[in-house]
Design a protein around this ligand. Structure first.
Ligand code: ADP
Ligand code: MG
Length: 603
C-alpha cells in the first residue's frame, strides 16, 4: 500500500486538533475546490456544458456520510496521486514548521494548499471517486482513513467530475444535520457561480451585484443587494462600486450605513470574498481603519482564502488594495459633494466622523477630503474652511470661530451673531483632534471656540470707561477686583469687560488649550491631573445693569452681594453647560430662596 508522501509525522491529527475551533471551513474548502474544477472545465472545453455544471451535496444519515459531487474536470489516477497525495502535502512541511515555531492560532490551511485535507477535521475517512474529462480516461478511486496510508485504484464513476465522500466521525455528527449544513452553505456559498444543491434543494440563486458593471446597476439593485447582505438593517445612504483589474483584481461594493445610536464602530462588517467564496466578516488591514464602519462586500482572488493576520499586514497587494479603496471612497464622496450637494449635506451627519477619522489617519485621504470637509454655521449654511478663510481672513485675523454646542445660551451666542460673526458648529468627539491637525496644516489659521477667549470682536470699546480714579484704577478694574473678592472659588480669575450687549451679565471663559487637553483626556477616558485644573475666567459685563446693581450693594448689603455673585457665576456655568451636577442642588435651593424673597417683597 502506498503511503502519503510526507516526511514529518502525519499531519492529519494536527489539522484535526488545530482547527477544531473553526470546523465549518471544510465545507468552504470542498465547495471551492469543486468550483475551481468547474471553472477549469469551462475554460478547457467549450462544449463541457453538455453535462450541466453543478455541485450536489448530499447527506446520508444512515451511512453517516456527506458527499460533494461536482461535474468539473475530474482527475486521472495520476492526478490524484500528484495533487492529493503529494502536492497537498508539499506545503505540509512548511505548515508544520510554522505550526511548531509559531503559536499563532490563525488558520493557514488554505494558504498552504491543504484545503482538501480540512475534510479530516470532521471525517474519519475520506474517499474520492473521480473521472477526468480527458478522452479515454479511467475513473479513479482514492481512500484514506487519516493515517499515513492510502488506497488508490480503479473507480466506478461514469460521469465527468469528482465525488468526495466524508465518513463523519462521532464528535461531528452535527454536520449530518441538514439545517446545520445549510446554514454554513448559506454563509459561504450564497454567491457562487454554479448551482449548488443540498439534498436536492437549491442553495444559491444570487448573482453577486459586485460582478456587474456599475453602469448596469440601478439604485434599486444596490439597495436590494444591501438588504440581502444585512437583512435587519436600515437602508444605506450611498455606496461605492469598486472594479479594478490592474495591478490587482478587486471587485466590490462598499456602502455607507446609516449611523444609528447603537452603531458599533469597533465591529467590522464588510464581507470578504475570494472568487465569490465567502472568506470572512473581518476586513481588517484590507480596508483602512477609518473605513471599518462601512459595509458591503469585497471580492479579490489576490487575497488567499486563509491567511494569518501578520501575513496580511506584510503583504504588498493588501496595502495596495487598502490605499486603492481609500482613494475610491474619497473620489466618490468628492463627486457626490460636487454633483449632488443636497444629498451630500443630508448625509453629512452619517459620514462626518468617518471622513474626519480618515483625515486624521491618512494624509492622502486628507488631501482629497479637504475639498468636501464641510462645516455648518449657526445660520445653517454650509462652508468649507477654505471658503470661510477666504471670506473672513482679514476681519477675523485667520481665526475660525466655532461652538461645540449650538444650543448654548442664546444671549452669549448673540454677542457674536449681532456682530455678524460667522460661527461654525463642531460637535463630534473627533473635532478637537481634527482642529489640532488642521491648525498644523493650515497655519496661521487657528480655531477659537467662542467661550475660549474674550475676543476683541465682542467688545464695545466705545462704552468703556477709561477714566482713572485716585488709586489709578479704571472702573473696570475696580469691578473686577470686587467680584474677585466676592467669589469663593480661588482659582477663578475675574475680568470686567465692556461687552457689546447689555443683556448678558457674565460668562465663563475656559482656556482653549486647557479645554482641548480636557477633551482629549476625556476621549481616552482619563481625567485631567489635579494640578492642571480648568483655567477659568469669570468675565463680568460692565454694561450689564445687574452687574452694576450687585456692585452697588458692596457697602449696603455685602451678604447679598456675595450671594448674588455666586449665583451669577453659577448661572454662567449652567448656561455654558459647565455646572457640575454636584453643584446643581445648591444652585436650585438658592434660586428658590431668591424667588421667595422676591415674593415676600411683592406681597
Ligand atoms: P488548492 O485548492 O489550494 O490547490 P486543495 O488541497 O484544496 O488545494 O486541493 C488540492 C488539489 O486537488 C487542487 O489543486 C486540485 O488539483 C485537486 N482537487 C481537489 N478537489 C478537486 C475536485 N473537486 N475536482 C478536481 N480536482 C480537485
Ligand atoms: Mg482548494
Amino acid at each position: 500500500m502506498p503511503t502519503l508522501k510526507i516526511h514529518t509525522e502525519n499531519i492529519l491529527p494536527i489539522i484535526k486538533k488545530w482547527l477544531y475551533s473553526d470546523r465549518d471551513i471544510f465545507v468552504r474548502e470542498l465547495v471551492s475546490n469543486a468550483c475551481d474544477a468547474l471553472h477549469k472545465i469551462k475554460i478547457i472545453d467549450s462544449e463541457s456544458g453538455q453535462i450541466e455544471h453543478r455541485i450536489d451535496i448530499a447527506i446520508d444519515k444512515e451511512k453517516r456520510t456527506l458527499t460533494f459531487v461536482d461535474t468539473g474536470l475530474g482527475m486521472t489516477s495520476e492526478e490524484v496521486e500528484k495533487y492529493i497525495a503529494q502536492i497537498a502535502f508539499s506545503g505540509a512541511e512548511e505548515f508544520l514548521g510554522k505550526y511548531q515555531s509559531n503559536n499563532e492560532k490563525d488558520q493557514i490551511i488554505g494558504h498552504f494548499g491543504l484545503g482538501f485535507y480540512s475534510a479530516y477535521m470532521v471525517a474519519e475517512k475520506v474517499t474520492i471517486d473521480t473521472l477526468s474529462y480527458q478522452q479515454g480516461a479511467e475513473p479513479a478511486f482514492w481512500a484514506c482513513d487519516g493515517s499515513s496510508e492510502y488506497q488508490l485504484e480503479k473507480g466506478q464513476r461514469s460521469v465527468r467530475g469528482t465525488e468526495i465522500t466524508l465518513y463523519i466521525d462521532k464528535e461531528n455528527e452535527e454536520f449530518l444535520e441538514e439545517a446545520r449544513l445549510k446554514k454554513i452553505l448559506d454563509q459561504y456559498c450564497a454567491f457562487l457561480p454554479f448551482p449548488i444543491s443540498l439534498n436536492g434543494k437549491r442553495i444559491n440563486d444570487t448573482e453577486p451585484l459586485w460582478i456587474k458593471a456599475p453602469s448596469e446597476c440601478t439604485e434599486n439593485d444596490y439597495l436590494e443587494f444591501y438588504r440581502k447582505l444585512y437583512p435587519m438593517e436600515q437602508d444605506p445612504i450611498f455606496w461605492v462600486h469598486l472594479n479594478v483589474d490592474y495591478p490587482f483584481h478587486l471587485k466590490g461594493i462598499l456602502y455607507f450605513p446609516k449611523i444609528t445610536r447603537r452603531f458599533d464602530w469597533a465591529q467590522s462588517q464588510i464581507k470578504l470574498f475570494c472568487n465569490r467564496v465567502f472568506v470572512s466578516d473581518h476586513c481588517k488591514d484590507i480596508v483602512p481603519d477609518y473605513l471599518m464602519a462601512l459595509r458591503g462586500a469585497l471580492d479579490s482572488p489576490d487575497i488567499p482564502l486563509n491567511v494569518s493576520r501578520s501575513y496580511l499586514q506584510m503583504d504588498r497587494t493588501v496595502r495596495q488594495l487598502s490605499s486603492h479603496i481609500s482613494k475610491k471612497v474619497a473620489d466618490r464622496l468628492c463627486t457626490l459633494y460636487e454633483t449632488e450637494r443636497e444629498t451630500f449635506i443630508n448625509a453629512w451627519s452619517d459620514v462626518e466622523v468617518i471622513i474626519k477619522l480618515g483625515i486624521l489617519q491618512d494624509e492622502k485621504f486628507y488631501e482629497r477630503a479637504k475639498e468636501f470637509l464641510i462645516w455648518k454655521n449657526l445660520k445653517a449654511e454650509w462652508t468649507t474652511l477654505e471658503q470661510y478663510a477666504e471670506l473672513h481672513k482679514e476681519a477675523y485675523q485667520n481665526k475660525v470661530f466655532y461652538t461645540s454646542d449650538d444650543k448654548l445660551s442664546a444671549p452669549f451666542l448673540d454677542l457674536y451673531k449681532n456682530k455678524g460673526i460667522e460661527i461654525l458648529i463642531a460637535n463630534t468627539h473627533v473635532d478637537t483632534a481634527l482642529m489640532n491637525y488642521l491648525e498644523n496644516k493650515l497655519s496661521p489659521i487657528t480655531f477659537q471656540r467662542v467661550d475660549g477667549k474674550v475676543d476683541d470682536a465682542i467688545l464695545d470699546t466705545s462704552r468703556e470707561n477709561t477714566q482713572l480714579d485716585d488709586d489709578g484704577k479704571t472702573e473696570g478694574v475696580k469691578i473686577a477686583d470686587f467680584f474677585r473678592s466676592q467669589l469663593a472659588e480661588q482659582s477663578v480669575e475675574v475680568e470686567a469687560k465692556s461687552l457689546a450687549s447689555d443683556s448678558l451679565p457674565a460668562f465663563i471663559v475656559i482656556d482653549e488649550n486647557m479645554r482641548r487637553m480636557r477633551d482629549y483626556l476625556a476621549l481616552s477616558q482619563q481625567s485631567l491631573p489635579g494640578a492642571f485644573g480648568d483655567k477659568q475666567t469669570f468675565v463680568v459685563n460692565t454694561n450689564s445693569k445687574l452687574i452694576h446693581t450687585i456692585y452697588g450693594l458692596k457697602d449696603k448689603s455685602p451678604e447679598l452681594a456675595k450671594e448674588m455673585t455666586t449665583h451669577v457665576y453659577e448661572l454662567s456655568l449652567l448656561s455654558q453647560k459647565e455646572l457640575e451636577p454636584g453643584r446643581l442642588s445648591a444652585f436650585v435651593e438658592r434660586s428658590t430662596a431668591v424667588l421667595e424673597k422676591l415674593a415676600q417683597n411683592l406681597s
